[in-house]
Design a protein around this ligand. Sequence first.
Ligand code: ASP
Ligand code: MG
Length: 412
Amino acid sequence: MSSKSNKTVVQKYGGSSLKNITAIKKIAEKIIKNHSEGFKIIVVVSAMGKTTDQLLHQANKIIKNKSTNKHNRDIDLLLSTGEIVSATLLSMAINSRESGVTSISLTGTQAGIKTNLNHGSARISKVEISRIKKELNSNKIVIVAGFQGISQTEDITTLGRGGSDTTAVALAAALKASSCEIYTDVDGIFTADPNIVKNAKLITHLSFEEMLEMASLGAKMHPRSIELGAIYNIPISVKHSEKLNKGTIIKSGTKKMEIREVVTGIPTERKISKITINDLDDTPGVAANIFMPLANQGINVDVIVQSAGNKGKTNLSFTLSENHLNQAIELLNTSNQINSKNISSEKGLAKISIVGTGIQNQPGYAAKMFKNLADATVNIEMITTSEIRITCIIKDSDIEKAAQVLHKEFFG
Ligand code: ASP
Ligand code: MG
């Protein structure tokens, strides 16, 4: 028996790697090969191609009132079928190779994934690994339908769009796997969006904190999977499902002491809008009154800037995704704390950041970023920072220019 025989590995394949039967057969072969190298393998699959979108589209043709939540249970059960289809087909593809290796497909429920009852964005509370263990011990490859689980009330739930990544990392944590490999249709995580910056480079190593800030660069991962990876210290590698490259490894402690690359990546996000509310009373509770109703409707607010109070009045601006803008304005208009004529909004914005754990305690990086943007005549509308990130809100029409000059400055 090979020395790797004790190593448990979780592999996750995204919808783009399982888009048709030919692709599924290719993946089956690759998994059989990895198994023959001595690994215990758990495979987590997403739905094939655009299946989840198609299922949602069908549901939306029936559902009249989109704001009701009475269909949430049915929607989750419906969406969970996409992953079950790919899990079963992949298992059949493995078993029909007659390579001597067998596999078994499991739904999220059968795999022991317990969640809360938050339909559409359920969180995993526990993984009962006994079934998976039993199958692994009989030398089977275990194929698990991602993105789903079962609540205490025995209802099927889903984890939110892109949630199979989180299934994979949760299983890796529960099974104490040595690694979690996320296979996708891009090479990994890049120093900038390769669609915007042509010479963006592949990042080989990245910390969990940095990855959380870099969601938009190349492979997109479910942020909760990165949080889980950090908590349980599971190294996550992100790589192309067909190429034999190493991709990007996300893990803790990848930085070399004090000498290190300061900037790791330059993430960008487009289709951002801004709401400004003028003439607000500068009293406690005002910000809560604005943001609570938005939060209750699941509207994510990002960069928030409040001006210093002046004569008992203040102004507040915040950004949000363009597709939430109209709904947010409607909600703010119905608030009796805000005078509608003080609300204004702007579309066509974008966000650009420099990210890197080395930024903290290193003065001058913000100034360097602003100077480069100024030289490129890019106007900065808002600025916000965290320990490992400096972010500017700029016009969307400037995003290419901005990303290119900053990439040149920090990566050459
Ligand atoms: N199939 C689901 C989605 O499209 C989950 C996933 O892909 O991870 O969001
Ligand atoms: Mg995904």
